[in-house]
Write a protein that binds this ligand. Sequence first.
Ligand SMILES: N[C@@H](CCC(=O)N[C@@H](CS)C(=O)NCC(=O)O)C(=O)O
Length: 222
Amino acid sequence: MTGHGPLVLVIGDKQLSSWSLRPWLLMRHMGLPFEELRLPLDTPRFAREIERYSPARRVPVLLHGDLHVWDSLAICEYVNELVRGAAWPADAAARAHARSICAEMHAGFAALRSTWSMRAATVGLEVDLPPAARSDVERVEAIWTACRERYEGGGPWLFGARFCVADAMYAPVMLRFRTYGAELGPVARRYAAHVLDDPHVADWIRGAGQEIAVEGRPESHA
Ligand SMILES: N[C@@H](CCC(=O)N[C@@H](CS)C(=O)NCC(=O)O)C(=O)O
């Protein structure tokens, strides 16, 4: 049994919260209507209110009636339940591959994350990569290239025709690559162009720009 009632996704700033983007984008792609509740990071409001939603005191959190699901990957799994398995590839081998790269993203790439922090609406930043972060970028590119070479015949997403959890999990890193101008090979570049053309991704970037321009939210962490 799942939760009941409207779905509410608690997220952080669209400019900064890479973890929030993952389930947000997946829910958009799965066509699940949801309300967005944004708690701006590093504010007294966040400190005051987050406890209501998550014992881990972090965003994202998905609220479904009394059920609170926290952690981006756990939310993606719950979304997959709501859409009866449509959020992962249909084929078991492809699904195992997708789960492997999602686990790798969820648990790794610390050097890349800390050097190129997500700034969704910002482009043209120049920040040199230390060797560990450079190998993270190479590994992400190798992951995308392997997926595209294997599943390109089926369609433009990592696992072919359908957007899946893996595309959602790798979307934030794509925005980092856009902001800092990562140099990618042709296969990864094609995938990047497809993701950056996605209307939901564009919507998130637009939201990030509005936070900065209209609400005066900071462009980066202090
Ligand atoms: N593993 C968690 C990490 C969530 C996380 O670190 N969220 C950050 C924002 S992107 C947060 O809530 N930071 C608030 C704080 O540390 O006070 C997930 O995947 O959801």
